[in-house]
Design a protein around this ligand. Structure first.
Ligand code: TK8
Length: 338
């Protein structure tokens, strides 16, 4: 009898205690979230999208469902950005370079030879400067969550090995849809053609363009080696990807729901960078095995390329403004001094 009373009291106590956490239970609704991306499902982008989806499901007890849709099935980067702004799509991941039309400051990340390593990029992107740029998206109808690694870009083409600046001459190169990339490759002497990534494979296959530039991972996962003979190791720029949400939709979410998405985004970012770097290390050998002819570019020639395209920095400075430009330079200096 006594034991029963104690148990009853304990049960009551637990029951009462149970009420408090329940009253504060996470404010999470059942939601279906479309998350679009441009690369194939079997790519570093696709794998990280899956990690994001799994993480969101886990943190929301399965209430928030990410439907990850790859291969640009929801549209090119720019089309998806517009869908987010209009509230017709919830989330996406894509290149910061394709955002420059909406947020000119994003051109910061198009600065040729800005970063010396992925780790250096992480520090800047996850630090104050990266945050300053993310904030610029706010009044454009977009919310930026985290940066993923697209990576150092390298040149491929079907015509010839590019070992010197002169080899760019007349090459018809697809570039991302942004004036900085257009200007950069025009200065090198190429005939630069802006095209969405979603049209790139076909453009290469039909020889509408001779070449393109992207990280090893993408050259591999998009099977560009099937239609491109030459790969020149230029590492001319480090490209981030950015995970975006529709601001219109984000504003309807509870604080708990936003928290789930932010935490999952950080987890996906950490996974993605590791995965991308591991893959990149092996990718060059795989591309050679697929028959690509790979050439290095000598430090002297890299220096000549750097000098040739230096004037684009002025254009970028104008786009981003002196505050952000200087913040990045200062932070880089601090990192390099250790
Ligand atoms: C994928 C693109 C791609 C980018 C490009 O949607 O366009 O070349 O490097 O990753 O964002």
């Amino acid at each position: 009898m006594k034991i029963k009373t104690i148990l009853l009291a304990a049960g009551l106590a637990f029951g009462l205690q149970g009420i408090a956490p329940q009253a504060q239970a996470a404010d999470i609704q059942t939601r279906l979230i479309r998350f679009g991306y441009g690369l194939n499902q079997d790519s570093n982008q696709g794998r990280a999208a899956q990690v994001f989806a799994d993480e969101v499901a886990k943190l929301s007890d399965g209430k928030m469902k990410i439907r990850a849709i790859g291969a640009a099935a929801l549209g090119s980067d720019i089309q998806m950005q517009q869908a987010l702004i209009g509230g017709a799509q919830e989330m996406m991941v894509g290149s910061t370079a394709t955002l420059v039309g909406i947020t000119p400051e994003m051109a910061m990340w198009d600065t040729p030879f800005l970063f010396n390593s992925g780790e250096e990029a992480d520090k800047i992107l996850d630090g104050r400067a990266g945050q300053m740029l993310i904030e610029k998206l706010d009044d454009k109808g977009l919310v930026g969550l985290v940066y993923w690694e697209n990576g150092f870009r390298n040149l491929t083409n079907s015509q010839r090995p590019v070992t010197r600046v002169e080899d760019f001459d007349g090459l018809k190169l697809r570039v991302m849809q942004n004036n900085i990339f257009l200007d950069t490759f025009q200065r090198l002497g190429a005939n630069a053609v802006p095209l969405p990534f979603s049209e790139l494979f076909t453009a290469l296959e039909t020889k509408t363009v001779d070449g393109q530039e992207n990280p090893y991972n993408t050259i591999l996962s998009s099977k560009f080696y099937e239609v491109q003979k030459y790969l020149s190791v230029t590492n001319h720029v480090y490209s981030p990807w950015i995970v975006l949400a529709s601001k219109q939709w984000w504003d309807t979410l509870s604080a708990d729901e936003r928290d789930v998405l932010l935490k999952a985004a950080v987890a996906s970012r950490d996974f993605e960078r590791k995965d991308t770097r591991q893959e990149a290390e092996k990718a060059l050998a795989q591309l050679k095995a697929e028959g690509m002819q790979v050439n290095e570019v000598s430090p002297e020639e890299v220096e000549r390329m750097r000098e040739t395209i230096k004037p684009v920095n002025e254009q970028i400075k104008q786009n981003v403004g002196p505050a952000i430009w200087q913040a990045v330079q200062n932070q880089l200096k601090a990192i390099r001094q250790g």
